[in-house]
Each structure stands twice: as structure tokens, then as C-alpha cells.
Ligand binder design. Structure first.
Ligand SMILES: Cc1cc2nc3c(=O)[nH]c(=O)nc-3n(C[C@H](O)[C@H](O)[C@H](O)COP(=O)(O)OP(=O)(O)OC[C@H]3O[C@@H](n4cnc5c(N)ncnc54)[C@H](O)[C@@H]3O)c2cc1C
Length: 408
């Protein structure tokens, strides 16, 4: 490619769910966009097969994906609504039940395969004027002027040089961009693995998402349209390795027990995978000509299924900041626009990271008085409709301060 062909307004590194959503959100801002991704999305899969990586998408995410023109395609490819949520304590009797009907909402969210969300967004991007996809492509070098006065230059491993006024890193939790520019992170490894699988229980799940807090880590059973459940079972690394190694029948028996047979016996278990868990927060989200979004900026424990929901809000907030910069004729890669994004998202993300970490610690403790207190807290909250409504509204993304793409 000739050097002139490599000049853009915006480079997005990473076109997973968050990077692809951000690029879609920037269409219409009059920016030329380069999107760099090493792995093409999966285009097709056998009918009835459900991937292991799924996400619970909130109402705010649904709104964003609707406005980006991807939601109808997601429904066509397959999404499983969940109308209620049941959370209970592994050691005591405390439980809490959330019902979308209490808020006058049709559901509390949808379970969607990550590959479905990504593909629906890619299909939009492939038709979008002004968007150039570099895929498969890998990054080799990044030059960021420390004063941010000049453009940012990204060199790909095949030698192509892309320049832009702003580079946005959406390249996930191990972000190459973040590491290349030396932005540090705070956080820690949980020494826990999330074991994921799709399982068939004896009983119909009733479109209820269930989560049991065990002292060894939370176990979530998320309802799928075909009656199976997608499980996320977090456990210490050693226990997770043991569970991964069990033959299917023995694993099913362990899962039946761990879920307190809430859906009867687990009859069948599909392939299993395990993912190491980490809490991580980037020390900075922005530098002149650079912004981090999604897991590149923050990785959260999956116990409340918030990671990609936060990432989509980042994408919407950054697109909004760029839109405001455009309206005022300001530089999209300048700190005026980028700090607006950072201010809009950093506090919210940090609060969610802290809350999820707090829950994880509170419920991982098998101290008897603490367990009793937890059970009491859950039972009490269950009997306080205003508090429950507040939690539900937050989880659904019905709160204030949302970026325009996520607003009702
Ligand atoms: C077990 C588990 C369950 C979860 N459940 C939920 C849930 O229910 N709800 C929820 O909201 N979140 C959930 N999450 C979190 C969610 O999966 C992540 O937050 C989400 O995938 C982050 O999206 P992302 O696009 O920022 O990053 P990623 O999904 O990691 O995508 C990064 C993209 O960047 C690309 N990339 C990587 N390196 C480079 C590079 N050097 N150059 C260019 N591109 C690169 C990758 O190929 C990929 O396409 C869960 C996480 C786990 C582990």
C-alpha cells in the first residue's frame, strides 16, 4: 500500500465486540477509520451449536447495539432473554430474587454468544463507507509522539504504515497497545479460573439466570434458548484443574451437587474450557492521540457479567466525546476530547471493579458468622423492593449519566 493510502483520522486496534462497536459508533462522524484485527470473525457454525463464550448483555448494551444497527441481526442469529435472576448463598439460606416484571420490563437482559455480537457488528462495518478493515493483520510497532502534536503511526508486520490523528486500543485484557506505550495497570490475579461449558439440566430453566455463591467461587447457570444452560463456574486454580480433568458423568454429578440440583440432575455436559481470572485497571485511559476502551482498559471478575457491558459504554462515551469535538471543530486526538471520555467512564468502571471484587471476597469466605450475616443481608434486601429495584435498574443500565447511544 502506498503511504498516502495509509492515512486515516482514526485507527482502531482490535475488532472484538468493543472495538467493532466503537468503529460502528464512529460512522457518521465524518472520520476515515482503519480497523486492525488479527483474527477474522467466525462466519458460520453448525445449526444448534452454542459457543462457550457468551455474555449477559444489559438493556443499555441492547440499546447501543440497536442504534448501531446490529440488534436485529443478533436476534436472528440467536439471543436468549432472561426474565428473572436468582442469587443464593452456598453456606446459608440467604437468597434474593429479581424479576423484570417488578420493573415493568420484558426481561433483565439477553445471553448472547460473543461471536454473534461480533459478527453482527462486522457485517455493519463491511458495508460502511469510510471504514477500511485490515484483517488478518498484526501490529509490529507504534510511534506516539509524547507531546501528541504529530500523528500516531502504526506499523503492521507486513510493513504497511498507518497514520492517524487518534488510535483507540480495543485489543483486550493483554492489550499490545497498552504495553507498547508503557501504560501500567493495577490489580491482581485471582488465582481462580472460570470454567465454562454448556450443559443440559433435567428441568426447564424457566428463563431464569441463577447464581450460587460457593466459598470456592460463584457458579452461574445462564439460560439458553434450547433449554440448556451456559455455566460459568469460578474456582481456585487447583479445583478448576480437577474439574476440567473429570470424565463427563463425574463432572455432571459435581455440577448437580454444586448447583444444589436447582434444575434437577445435569444430564449432559458439552466441551469445557477454563479462563484465568484477573482484576485489572489501566492507570490511564488516555494520552494525547491514544485512548483505551473495553478490556484493554479494565478487566472485571465475571460474577456479575459486566465486562462487555462496561466496554460498550466506553465505546459509546468515546464516540460521544469525538462527536462533541467535531461539533466544536476540535482535534479528535487532543486531550480536550479524550479527557471527556476518561471522566465519563473511569469512575463508573472503577466502582464496578471494586464492587465485583468486594462481592467476590465477601462470598468466598467460609467464616460462619460472616456467612450468617451475608445470608441475612441477602434475605433482607430481598424484602426491600426499593433497594432491589435500584440494583436491577443499575444492572439493566437504566440509570442516569449514560452516553447518548445507551439512553432510552
Ligand atoms: C468466563 C467469562 C464470562 C464472562 N461473562 C460476561 C457476561 O456475562 N457479560 C459481560 O458483559 N461480560 C462478560 N465477560 C467479559 C467479556 O467477555 C469481556 O469484557 C469482553 O470480551 C471484552 O471485549 P473486548 O472487545 O474489550 O476484548 P476482547 O473480547 O478480548 O477482544 C479483543 C480483540 O482484540 C484482538 N486483538 C488482540 N490482540 C491484538 C493486537 N495485538 N492487535 C490487534 N488486535 C488484537 C482480538 O483478536 C480480539 O478480537 C466474561 C468474561 C469471562 C472470562
Amino acid at each position: 500500500m502506498a503511504e498516502s493510502e495509509g492515512r486515516f483520522d482514526l485507527i482502531v486496534v482490535g475488532a472484538g465486540m468493543v472495538g467493532a462497536a466503537f468503529a460502528c459508533a464512529c460512522q457518521g462522524l465524518g472520520l476515515s477509520i482503519a480497523l486492525v484485527e488479527p483474527r477474522p470473525p467466525q462466519r458460520s457454525w453448525p445449526q444448534g451449536e452454542t459457543d462457550l463464550r457468551v455474555s449477559a448483555l444489559s438493556r443499555a448494551s441492547q440499546r447501543i447495539l440497536t442504534r448501531l444497527g446490529a440488534w436485529d441481526r443478533i436476534l436472528e442469529l440467536g439471543a436468549s432473554p432472561y426474565r428473572e435472576m436468582l442469587v443464593w448463598e452456598g453456606l446459608g439460606k440467604g437468597r434474593i430474587h429479581f424479576d423484570s416484571a417488578d420493573l415493568g420490563e420484558p426481561d433483565l437482559g439477553h445471553i448472547v454468544e460473543n461471536r454473534v455480537t461480533q459478527l453482527a457488528l462486522w457485517e455493519r462495518l463491511e458495508q460502511a463507507p469510510g471504514v477500511t478493515l485490515f484483517c488478518p493483520a498484526a501490529c509490529a510497532d507504534l510511534e506516539l509522539d509524547p507531546n501528541g502534536t504529530a500523528a500516531v503511526t502504526l506499523t503492521l508486520t507486513d510493513g504497511q504504515r498507518l497514520t492517524a490523528r487518534l488510535l483507540v486500543a480495543a485489543d483486550g485484557r493483554d492489550s499490545w497497545v497498552r504495553q507498547s506505550v508503557g501504560i501500567g495497570t493495577s490489580g491482581w490475579d485471582y488465582d481462580q479460573q472460570a470454567l465454562v461449558a454448556n450443559v443440559r439440566p433435567r428441568d426447564w430453566h424457566g428463563e431464569i439466570a441463577r447464581q450460587r455463591f460457593l466459598p470456592t467461587g460463584p457458579l452461574a447457570l445462564l439460560p439458553l434458548r434450547d433449554g440448556r444452560c451456559s455455566i460459568v463456574w469460578s474456582a481456585q486454580a487447583e479445583r478448576a484443574a480437577e474439574l476440567m480433568a473429570l470424565p463427563e458423568a463425574a463432572f455432571a454429578a459435581e455440577l448437580t451437587q454444586a448447583s444444589e440440583s436447582c434444575l434437577g440432575d445435569i444430564l449432559a455436559v458439552g466441551p469445557r474450557a477454563s479462563i484465568p481470572l484477573r482484576l485489572q485497571h489501566a492507570d490511564q485511559y488516555v494520552r494525547p492521540r491514544l485512548a483505551l476502551i473495553g478490556d484493554a482498559a479494565h478487566a472485571v471478575h465475571p460474577l456479575a457479567g459486566q465486562g462487555v457491558n462496561l466496554g460498550l459504554l466506553d465505546a459509546a462515551a468515546l464516540a460521544d466525546a469525538l462527536d462533541q469535538a467535531r461539533a466544536l471543530g476540535r482535534d479528535p486526538g487532543g486531550l480536550w476530547a479524550l479527557r471527556r471520555y476518561e471522566r465519563a467512564r473511569r469512575g463508573d468502571n472503577l466502582a464496578m471493579l471494586a464492587a465485583m471484587d468486594g462481592f467476590k471476597r465477601l462470598f468466598s469466605n467460609d467464616n460462619a458468622p460472616l456467612a450468617a450475616l451475608r445470608g441475612w443481608g441477602l434475605a433482607l434486601t430481598d424484602r426491600l423492593p426499593p433497594v432491589k429495584h435500584h440494583f436491577m435498574a443499575r444492572a439493566l443500565g437504566l440509570g442516569d449519566g449514560l452516553p447518548p447511544l445507551a439512553r432510552p
